[in-house]
Design a protein around this ligand. Structure first.
Ligand code: URP
Ligand code: ZN
Ligand code: ZN
Length: 470
């Protein structure tokens, strides 16, 4: 006895077809036309698209940052993900500069224990190297890979907090190359930005929008080029996170054309929000849009969409790092103290569908590739996640392309008291969501509710595959 999803259109990264999907226990037993109904529970997917559950590879749940802690813990964050059709997240564990990677991993596993509601994995952010020539920490990277943590994050921004220097970055890249691991890079020139920030503060420019104005697209482009060049020297595969603008995109493409093993994501906010629209001046509410890299001028959106369509950018994530407006108030009168980050994990698929597929910018198959299949392949979990195929986890999203949904903070699952997309009506929404074979969301009969048990989410061990670039 299984669950048989009938009458829907199965959309994969490579094509679409009228097919049935049979779930047996936690996995997909079969995908094909005309699977016999006898003995199975039938789920009628008439008018719906049947796709792999989304994978958001960039979240910050329960993360200490900017003098506070991100507002979604593993329960609210993964429930919000599920309600929006995302069935796996990859979150970031942060090494304390004085501590070990093992300690960081234990802290993050504890945060998620008995709380995660859908499956999750972790990247490990390396912030310091211990031992002669970093040997202790570099040695720990092997242990991390053995635990299934096969991607390492390096911050080129946030001086004195998370930022690493080029020596550290290069050593980690060399080690990652030896381990077939992937280096994820926050690419902004933090030192140059800090100079501009100090000058702005000295001039009395303290309102939220100066956060954005202090962080030039060129600072992102310079760091993007530097990170990829260093990775190429080290023989490592690199993945640029939250690429936000055309300058950085040009740097990425320049290095890709020269054979660098360089992949990149952008995030929904850079595709649909802009500096002019959201940060026009001196309003305090603009603190809700203070994240890093910041919003960019609107003209940057089109090149980002084109790069998603032509493959220069491979993933759309969210960089979900939510803070309430109360938390943002830490930076009233001084934009440096506004906790950086915005909420988005719940709305990623709605926005990508509405502004991508409905607008004719990407095909439904590309939507699947960008939201699930590429993330699984790049981050070494394609044997479990990211596609609807026999033997894979039954993370199945029934998507209603006709459903209209109005985004509102008052009805969202995320723990913030505002939405960056307040009042926007999108067409296309998750109808039903299965996580490892269990119906965890039914937006038709119980909209916005998470139906599974708290703590049911499992840690996903990933393979070291150098981002699939060999
Ligand atoms: O503003 C952001 N993005 N906060 C989260 C940390 C990061 O840089 O990804
Ligand atoms: Zn970042
Ligand atoms: Zn981030």
């Amino acid at each position: 006895m299984g669950i048989l999803i009938k009458n829907g259109t199965v959309v994969s990264a490579s094509g679409s077809a009228r097919q049935d999907v049979l779930i047996s226990g936690e996995t997909i037993a079969r995908v094909g036309a005309g699977i016999h109904e006898a003995g199975h529970e039938i789920v009628d997917a008439t008018g719906l698209l049947v796709m792999p559950g989304g994978i958001d590879v960039h979240t910050h749940l329960d993360m200490p940052f900017g003098g506070t802690t991100s507002a979604d813990d593993y329960t609210t964050g993964t429930q919000a993900a599920a309600v929006g059709g995302t069935t796996t997240v990859i979150d970031f564990a942060l090494q304390n500069q004085k501590g070990t990677l093992r300690e960081a991993l234990d802290i993050w596993l504890k945060k998620s224990d008995k709380k995660a509601c859908v499956d999750f994995s972790l990247h490990m952010a390396v912030t310091n190297l211990h031992g002669p020539e970093g040997a202790e920490t570099l040695g720990e990277m092997e242990a991390m890979v053995a635990e299934g943590i096969t991607s390492f994050k390096l911050f080129m921004a946030y001086p004195n907090v998370l930022m690493v220097n080029d020596e550290l970055m290069f050593r980690v890249m060399q080690k990652a190359a030896a381990l077939n691991a992937l280096c994820c890079i926050h690419a902004e020139n933090g030192s140059a930005i800090d100079v501009v920030v100090s000058q702005m503060i000295a001039e009395g420019k303290t309102a939220p929008h100066f956060h954005a104005l202090s962080r030039s697209p060129r600072a992102e482009a310079e760091a993007t080029h530097r990170a990829i060049a260093l990775a190429q020297m080290a023989g490592a595969a690199v993945y640029i996170v939250h690429l936000s603008n055309e300058h950085a995109l040009a740097a990425l493409k320049f290095m890709q054309a020269r054979g660098a093993k360089a992949l990149a994501e952008t995030c929904t906010q850079y595709l649909v929000l802009s500096l002019e629209d959201q940060m026009p001046g001196e309003r305090w509410e603009e603190a809700g849009y203070v994240f890093t890299p910041p919003l960019r001028e609107k003209w940057n959106q089109q090149p980002l969409w084109e790069a998603l369509a032509d493959g220069a950018l491979r993933v759309v994530s969210t960089d979900h790092c939510p803070f309430t407006m109360g938390q943002k108030a830490l930076g009233r009168g001084d934009f440096r103290k506004i906790p950086n980050g915005g909420p988005g994990v719940e709305n990623r698929l709605q926005l990508l569908w509405h502004f991508g597929v409905n607008a004719g910018r990407i095909a439904p198959e590309q939507f699947v590739a960008l939201s699930a299949t590429n993330p699984a392949k790049i981050f070494g979990m394609e044997k479990q996640k990211g596609a609807l195929a026999e033997g894979l986890d039954a993370d199945v999203l029934l998507w209603d392309p006709a459903a209209e949904y109005t985004i509102r903070a008052a009805t969202q699952r995320m723990a913030t008291d505002y939405s960056m997309f307040e009042g926007w009506t999108v067409r296309g929404n998750a109808a039903k969501v299965f996580s490892r074979g269990e119906l965890v969301v039914d937006n038709g009969s119980r909209p916005g509710e998470f139906l599974g048990a708290v703590g049911r989410g499992r840690f996903v061990r990933r393979e070291a595959n150098a981002g699939g670039l060999g």
